[in-house]
Write a protein that binds this ligand. Structure first.
Ligand SMILES: NC(=O)c1ccc[n+]([C@@H]2O[C@H](COP(=O)([O-])OP(=O)(O)OC[C@H]3O[C@@H](n4cnc5c(N)ncnc54)[C@H](OP(=O)(O)O)[C@@H]3O)[C@@H](O)[C@H]2O)c1
Length: 288
């Protein structure tokens, strides 16, 4: 029998994506928030700060998209840190741009330890929500500021990786519908060869769950890739594409990574967290 789950904010960019991804889900069925043992929440920060904690206090699992609880609740990318999930019923997913570069960096951090990281993002219009930007503001334009975003990119990776290294982030809004791209320059404590990096990106997923891509990271050798229009929908929008790996004269290595902000960076990662909960807790899942 499928588990009834609810969506808060179902008319928004992320909420609509939740509804679409849950339509034929093998384990979950969309229900009203009153009937649900788990709620995917996709509401603005200020509203989430008030509405989500009381739901979690009632014993309902709440998977939050908002930034307001990320300091106090587990921030989960299921391939990287599912062990951070505790008995706390409020779980958050990281910022949508964090997800574009952290999945490729996590296996490298594991073998060599990141020493410093510089990341410049080019973030899609849909990342600003359904009312986020007018067409005239972004047409023929780049906006070199996204409120609060650089702080998130400089803190969330450290919490998820349980690490401490300096991060410098620049976040830009660009005229792309979906897909956040990140240009990364990174140094490690231990020297890594190109072959070692590529081998780390070829590792299969540690998860065997309906929304988990078999290979979370895919390296594209062609010049000029990845590109949002060509690559954001890989593995139903859950795959991260990486390209342009080359030595960096300032750091050690540099590359470009891309993810679908509303799926891997939003609803898809939320559903993957819920799948992990059901898989790891078996019949206890949903008990309040
Ligand atoms: N867009 C992305 O790529 C992305 C990625 C990751 C995380 N996030 C985060 O996900 C959350 C949702 O983002 P979004 O882009 O989907 O925003 P959005 O398109 O603006 O949608 C917001 C949703 O919240 C609802 N809402 C607003 N005020 C509410 C209230 N007082 N009570 C109940 N519902 C309310 C809206 O309902 P109405 O239709 O009635 O206004 C709408 O359904 C935010 O916290 C955002 O930071 C977004």
């Amino acid at each position: 029998m499928k588990i009834p789950v609810g969506v808060l904010g179902e008319t928004g960019v992320i909420g609509r994506q939740y509804v679409a991804l849950l339509r034929d889900h093998p384990w979950f069925k969309l229900a009203s928030t009153e009937e649900a043992p788990l709620i995917f929440s996709a509401i603005p920060n200020d509203v989430a700060a008030k509405l989500e904690p009381p739901l979690a206090k009632k014993g309902i699992w709440v998977i939050s998209s908002a930034a307001c609880h990320r300091e106090t609740s587990p921030v989960i990318i299921p391939e990287i840190n599912p062990h951070h999930i505790t008995e706390s019923r409020l779980i958050t997913k990281p910022n949508c741009a964090t997800q574009s570069f952290l999945l490729p960096l996590a296996p490298l951090h594991k073998i060599a330890g990141i020493r410093s990281l510089s990341v410049t993002t080019m973030q899609a219009i849909s990342g600003a929500g359904k009312r986020g930007l007018s067409a005239s503001a972004i047409h023929d334009n780049v906006i070199p500021y996204i409120e609060g975003e650089e702080d998130k990119l400089e803190t969330e990776p450290l919490k998820i990786l349980e690490a401490d290294f300096p991060i410098s982030a620049h976040c830009n809004r660009v005229p792309v519908m979906h897909g956040h791209m990140a240009c990364v320059s990174v140094s490690f404590h231990k020297k890594l060869t190109r072959e070692e990096i590529l081998a780390a990106w070829e590792l299969p997923s540690p998860l065997n769950l309906p929304s988990a891509p078999k290979y979370p990271v895919r390296y594209l050798d062609e010049p000029g890739r990845p590109q949002p229009r060509l690559d954001r929908d890989l593995d139903g929008g859950m795959g991260i594409t990486v390209g342009r790996l080359r030595p960096c004269p300032v750091a050690e290595w540099r590359f470009v990574a891309l993810s679908h902000n509303a799926i891997r960076g939003g609803a898809g990662n939320g559903i993957l967290i819920a799948e992990y909960l059901k898989h790891s807790r078996g019949n206890d899942f949903g008990q309040t």
